[in-house]
Design a protein around this ligand. Structure first.
Ligand SMILES: Nc1ncnc2c1ncn2[C@@H]1O[C@H](COP(=O)(O)OP(=O)(O)O)[C@@H](O)[C@H]1O
Ligand SMILES: [Mg+2]
Length: 259
């Protein structure tokens, strides 16, 4: 469904040029959930933004649903983008619009005519169990409900791919479970391929089929989440897998390395 080949993105930072994403290859099969994990600054957000070409790669190709997005013109790219939904850590809802109006705006931007919009808004809000909040403004909704509106907004255009950048990083642990369960349902029931960026192993563990571990702009390791015990090989992956070592003594660290 998504294939990145040799994708590199450079920026000019305050200390000069930096390579945010460095020669990454990634293949995400149709209907799967791909996790991307790493510390702050690893290049996760840049990588996910390269998938819908919000960032254009300096080199490499980005194929989504059989089309190389780096090779199409702007008009075609805009059309393709409507089939790639995105949600963010801070929801990015418009405060002056109701839940339904936020969802409808995405349809308007995509050029869906008025007659079709109302039904699509209702369907999308129903998927995330917010039909009863259609006329409520974001400020009156909890963080979890706001993120569900954002999911509905992303679903309204009937995407084949949903990109999620730290979708649970601004909500409490119980709400995290709720948001993840909706994402899982979207994946299983609607068959939408999901890419989920996070810095928390527990989050990807809950729903991903495979996790790409990023460090310094590179994918340094893949962890398959098929229920068998994880066997991280790189130091960074071990650290992400075993949260304990952040909380306990140096001796635990020794033991986790030995084991
Ligand atoms: N638009 C930008 N301009 C300059 N540097 C950027 C830009 N976006 C990201 N970076 C830098 O690229 C690196 C990776 O950033 P990012 O992809 O946001 O990482 P993550 O999401 O893993 O925290 C960081 O060093 C960041 O400062
Ligand atoms: Mg980020």
């Amino acid at each position: 469904m998504i294939t990145l080949r040799g994708v590199t993105k450079r920026f000019t930072g305050p200390d000069g040029p930096l390579t945010a994403v460095d020669d990454v290859d990634l293949h995400v099969p149709r209907g799967s959930v791909q996790g991307i994990i790493g510390f702050s600054g690893a290049g996760k957000s840049t990588l996910i933004r390269l998938i819908n070409l919000l960032e254009r790669p300096d080199s490499g190709t980005v194929e989504v649903d059989g089309t190389d997005l780096t090779a199409v013109d702007e008009a075609e790219l805009r059309r393709r983008r409507t089939k790639i939904g995105m949600i963010f850590q801070h929801f990015n809802l418009l405060a002056n619009l109701t839940a339904a109006q936020n969802v409808e705006l995405a349809l308007r931007i995509a050029g869906v005519d008025k007659a079709a919009r109302a039904a699509r808004v209702a369907e999308a809000l129903a998927v995330v169990d917010l039909a009863d909040k259609a006329d409520v403004h974001p400020a009156k909704l909890s963080g979890g409900q706001q993120q569900r509106v954002a999911i509905a907004r992303a679903l309204a255009n009937e995407p084949s791919v949903l990109l999620c950048d730290e979708p649970t990083s601004a909500v409490d642990p119980r709400t995290t479970v709720s948001v993840l369960s909706y994402l899982k349902e979207v994946n299983e029931r609607l068959g939408i391929t999901i890419v989920l960026v996070t810095h928390e192993m527990n989050v990807v563990r809950a729903i991903a089929d495979d996790v790409a571990v990023m460090d310094g702009g590179k994918v340094v390791e893949h962890l398959e989440l098929d229920g068998s015990p994880l066997r991280p090989e790189t130091e960074i992956a071990r650290f992400m897998v075993d949260d304990r070592i952040r909380l306990r003594s140096g001796r635990d660290l020794e033991e986790s390395r030995a084991g």
